[in-house]
Design a protein. Structure first.
Length: 237
C-alpha cells in the first residue's frame, strides 16, 4: 500500500510542486506515494465561497472558519481513517527526523495548510489536529511547510533512495550532524582532502567521520548532545 497524503489548502495548484521531480517525482510516478491536494474553499457554505472571518475579540487579519475546515477534514478523513491529521503551524512541535520516520512507516497523512492569522482553535481541538512546525519563522501559508514535510517523508519510503544505507548516516539520523564530505579533484584551490580519507584504512576513516560528526554537533548544535558530551574536545584532524 502506498503512502497517501491528502493536503487541505486554499492553493491546490502548489502541489506537487518540487515533489514532481527527482526522487520524489519518480516515487509519485511509480505509485510509492500519492499526494491529493483538496481545495478548502470547495466546502464553503455561501455563494462567495468564504472560508475566513474576522478574529473574535478584534485585531488584524482574518481567521479560517471552523465549520468550513471541519467539513473539509470530515470529507477527506472520515471515521476509520487512521492517518494522523497535521496542521502546519509556527507554534507547533518542531519536526524531527524521528517523526519523519514514524510518518513514513504509516499509511499516510492528512495535512492542513493554514492561511491568514491562523485557524480557529475549536476545529484544532474538535478534529484532533497535531500542530507541526518546520522552524522558528513565519511563512505566508502552510503550503511550503507541507511540501518540506512531504519531501522529508517520501525520500525515506522503502525503495525511494537507490542506496538505502545512504539515508542512515545523514544529519539527525544518528542524533548528530553529518560529517564533512570530499571528492575529486585531490587538490582544489590549494585545499587537499584529509589524508585519512585516502589512506584505505576503513577503521580510521570511520573513527574520523564519527569524531568530525561529534565536533560539528558540539559547535553548531550542542542542544542535540548530552550535557557531559558538549564540552569534550573530541575532534580528530
Amino acid at each position: 500500500m502506498s503512502f497517501r497524503a491528502t493536503v487541505l489548502t486554499l492553493y491546490p495548484e502548489m502541489f506537487p510542486g518540487h515533489l514532481g521531480v527527482s526522487l520524489a517525482g519518480r516515487a509519485l510516478e511509480r505509485g510509492d506515494a500519492l499526494i491529493e491536494p483538496v481545495n478548502i474553499r470547495d466546502y464553503a457554505h455561501d455563494r462567495h465561497r468564504s472560508v475566513d472571518d474576522t478574529p473574535a475579540g478584534g485585531g488584524a487579519g482574518m481567521v479560517l472558519r471552523p465549520d468550513v475546515l471541519a467539513g473539509a477534514i470530515d470529507a477527506v478523513s472520515p471515521a476509520g481513517d487512521t492517518r494522523p491529521r497535521l496542521l502546519m503551524s509556527p507554534r507547533g512541535t518542531p519536526l524531527t527526523q524521528a517523526r519523519v520516520r514514524a510518518l513514513a512507516s504509516g499509511p499516510g497523512v492528512v495535512i492542513v495548510c493554514g492561511r491568514f492569522e491562523g485557524v480557529d482553535q475549536r476545529v484544532i481541538e474538535a478534529r484532533n489536529l497535531e500542530e507541526v512546525s518546520i522552524g522558528d519563522y513565519v511563512l505566508s501559508g502552510g503550503e511550503p511547510a507541507a511540501l518540506i514535510l512531504l519531501d522529508a517523508v517520501i525520500r525515506v519510503l522503502p525503495g525511494v533512495m537507490g542506496n538505502e544505507a545512504s539515508g542512515l548516516h545523514e544529519s539527525f539520523e544518528t542524533g548528530q550532524l553529518e560529517h564533512p564530505h570530499y571528492t575529486r579533484p585531490q587538490l582544489f584551490e590549494g585545499r587537499g582532502i584529509p589524508e585519512v580519507l585516502t589512506s584505505g584504512n576503513h577503521k580510521a576513516i570511520e573513527a574520523w567521520r564519527q569524531a568530525q560528526s561529534l565536533e560539528l554537533t558540539r559547535v553548531r548544535r550542542p542542544d542535540l548532545l548530552d550535557p557531559e558530551v558538549r564540552t569534550k574536545d573530541q575532534l580528530v584532524k
